[in-house]
Design a protein around this ligand. Structure first.
Ligand code: MSP
Length: 519
């Protein structure tokens, strides 16, 4: 059995419609899933929706719907967006599904059995938009408003069950210190560590069921309480694998994927994933995920995204952008524009700029030149490479750097550098064509072998570029590769992209520009 790779996205709240931020994490997860499948790993890719909590209850009431009706409506939009963006998840979990609810109860019961949970009372501030308890000092600092949404915090006072979070903090700190890749980027790990060192209180993990209209998972040990929505939500990463066994047919069918290779999340929900979740897992005696990666946030046209400003990038706007540039270009742009981990600004001008300079002029043009010349000078049959030498080196070296660095860059979610290395191959090859001037050599019959070597070198480079581009731009890459002898060869990515993997004699066809320039 090959090594497993388990990648997850956050499960998205259904109080609001899908937007660019959701698409960002899910595209990143899809790229990882596609890449590691190509690398021969046994991949599991999970996404889904977070449907419980006060926020959903309030949003549905405003719309005159039940929470379930709201969830059922909004989920359709998420599923549509994932189809629109060619997302290849293996499972889509909804927290209102019985398979999830039963297992959340089993998880909480296990914590009860282990004496990790006790009854107390919660009195303090709550950020309903973030579904987050806020300490007095943090509340005061932000004038009793949400640090994220700016909306007023709500005062809560009610009996509540508590998880002994504080008890696990020393072990968590040690884990973070001994596992430098546990929280990425590293700067985020430092933030978590300093906050942990300031002291952490036990975590209120239940809400009175009446306060949330009964919408949620009941505490197994107390019918008056529902499970705090974050405990419910975080559990999805395990419940979707069938854990713990509660008697259903697919119980634990996928437990070979645990622990997760990476939980991809946005920076605003790092604390939940880097503190609550691992402490819960330690209390359950379960292995911790290998990595929690917190990416940055997008603004739009230079400002915080909002419907009233008219810069909100909804599913409809994404569909429009995909119609104009192709969905592959949208996928590419998001992961290329800024390093994963940094904040980015989306603008139509930068999408168009990158599309034209990197995709159309860089990769598309190279593909066209290469296939056109092979068509014209060699009747569409890939010539042999003979006497490869120093002139070819920069191209071969750039391709080797990409191929050899690819897996490590992907393991660190360094999409930006990966695509940078990929573009470097295109640049080196375009420069090689300018330097060697094959169109001039073509006029001299004595240079035929040299011409063949140059075009073979270009074709090898294009094949390496397209194969590595596949996880990001699956349709464009497949269409490009199909111009070199039809179906892509079998084997792992590394096998398929060894230098010279494209044999002389391969039929090469020219065609319409694959990535046409936008005026
Ligand atoms: N339901 C919780 C997650 C539970 S995971 C066990 C949640 N949902 S959310 O729908 O509000 O947010 C989901 C993700 O979208 C978060 O990772 C958040 O960082 C991300 N984004 C929301 N707006 C964003 C941008 N403008 N830019 C990038 N990502 C953004 O939180």
């Amino acid at each position: 059995m090959s090594r497993t790779y388990y990648v997850t996205t956050p499960i998205y709240y259904v109080n609001d419609v899908p937007h660019i931020g959701h698409s960002y994490t899910t595209i990143a997860a899809d790229v990882l899933a596609r890449f590691f499948r190509q690398a021969g790993r046994d991949v599991r890719f999970l996404t889904g929706t977070d449907e419980h909590g006060i926020k959903i209850v309030k949003a549905s009431a405003e719309k005159g719907l039940t929470p379930q009706q709201l969830a059922d409506t909004v989920v359709v939009g998420f599923e549509q967006l994932w189809r629109d963006l060619d997302i290849t998840h293996d499972d889509f979990i909804r927290t209102s599904q019985p398979r999830h609810e039963a297992r959340v109860q089993a998880i909480v019961q296990a914590l009860v059995d282990r004496d990790e949970i006790y009854l107390g009372g919660y009195e303090g501030w709550y950020d309903e938009g973030q579904e987050e308890f806020v300490t007095e000092s943090a509340a005061r600092e932000n004038e009793y408003k949400s640090a994220i949404s700016g909306r007023p915090l709500v005062r809560y006072k009610e009996p509540s069950w508590f998880f002994r979070l504080g008890k696990w903090v020393p072990r968590l700190l040690e884990h973070i210190e001994t596992h430098p890749d546990f929280i990425l980027p590293a700067s985020r790990a430092n933030e978590v560590v300093s906050k942990l060192k300031m002291g952490v209180e036990d975590l209120s993990i239940s809400r009175l069921a009446d306060k949330v209209g009964g919408w949620g998972v009941r505490m197994p040990n107390d019918r008056d309480h529902t499970v705090y929505v974050w405990i419910d939500a975080l559990s999805n990463y395990l419940t979707a694998l069938g854990w713990p066994a509660v008697g259903a047919e697919d119980d634990e069918a996928h437990m070979r994927y645990w622990p997760a290779s990476v939980h991809l999340i946005g920076k605003d929900i790092l604390w939940f994933h880097a503190v609550y979740w691992p402490c819960m897992l330690m209390a359950l005696d379960m292995p911790l995920p290998q990595c929690v990666f917190a990416h940055g946030w997008w603004t739009s046209e230079g400002r915080k995204m909002s419907k009233s400003l008219g810069n909100f990038i909804s599913r409809e706007v994404i569909a429009e952008l995909c119609a104009e540039y192709g969905r592959d270009a949208y996928r590419y742009f998001l992961l290329r524009e800024v390093p994963f981990g940094s904040d980015g600004d989306f603008s139509r001008a930068s999408l168009k700029g990158r599309y034209n300079s990197e995709l159309a002029n860089g990769i598309g043009n190279l593909l066209s030149r290469t296939t056109n010349m092979i068509d014209r000078y060699f009747d569409g049959v890939l010539p042999e490479a003979v006497g490869v030498g120093a002139v070819e080196r920069p191209v071969i070296d750039a391709a080797a750097a990409l191929r050899e660095g690819a897996e490590a860059m992907m393991a660190r979610c360094d999409f930006h550098a990966y695509l940078g290395a990929l573009l470097a191959v295109a640049q080196a090859t375009n420069r090689y064509i300018e330097d060697t001037e094959p169109f001039k050599l073509a006029k001299d019959p004595d240079q035929r072998r040299r011409l063949g070597t140059i075009l073979n070198t270009c074709a090898q480079a294009v094949a390496v570029i397209l194969a590595h581009l596949e996880p990001f731009m699956p349709e464009v890459a497949a269409a490009g590769l199909s111009r070199f002898g039809g179906a892509p060869a079998a084997g792992t990515l590394a096998e398929r992209t060894a230098w010279g993997a494209l044999p002389a004699g391969t039929p090469v066809s020219k065609g319409e520009p694959l990535i046409p320039r936008k005026p």
